[in-house]
Design a protein around this ligand. Sequence first.
Ligand code: IPD
Length: 278
Amino acid sequence: MDCSVKRQKQTAGVEQRMTNEIETRLTVAKAIAHEAGQLARRRFLDNKRSAFSFKGHQDYLTETDGEVERFIAAALARAFPGDAFIGEEGGGEAGENTWIIDPIDGTSNFARGIPHFCVSIGFLRAGRPEVGVIYAPMLDELYAARTGGGATLNGLPIKVSDTSRLDHAVIEMGWSPRRPVSRYISAVETAISSGISVRRSGSGALGIAYAAAGRIDGYCEIHINSWDVAAGVVIADEAGARLSDFFSGDAIRDGNPILVASPGIAEALSSAVGIALA
Ligand code: IPD
């Protein structure tokens, strides 16, 4: 066989193996997210308005965050023993293959009895996101994607909205005390002045998933942590969103700004809120 044909076949074989491996990770992550979400759901229904504490200013913590994280960490370690793991509660170090998870995104909602929260499981290879699964147990909604495979909600394809007018657009702007409040207020003011309707519902992961499903036209936040967005960026990208380059620099450890937007409003939203698109 001619050498270049042999090389092409070898390359195709390697690519196929990598796709199969990512597909396996997606399938396993979906099952784990579902089971973890059911655990969170049971605790939510049993303990509505149960004890919560604070890790810092407006930074809620419940016992269920730790319980769900331990469940996910153990399940991923059994399925992929060589992979690295980073969780919101227990931390961890990145490796070549890294799972980044938030056991309950929307902890303040969970703690206060508001059923808008989710489990978020993202997978990165060599620092780039490749698999994302977000499960909202109170609505039984599972968002999932792998790079190049399209995005789905409960198995059906999703895509971003085709909104192109700012005065028809609805976006979510997340807030945390990690950055000066003046920047948040001024970004909200600019967005509203340009005609956009701005909401905030307390789960960055679900905000991004809603943008991917076309329920809203974008999500942005001046600073957010990697476990809040590792899954969402894959899902939104596969659903046709335009995004900021969240995983640049030391984002895994330190977080970054995030912007996810339907293509028709992406440039205008990016200038309004001061977060650059990739
Ligand atoms: C928070 C939520 C919130 C976002 C914050 C996050 P948590 O995560 O996603 O919507 O605005 O930046 O820290 O504490 O609920 O896991």
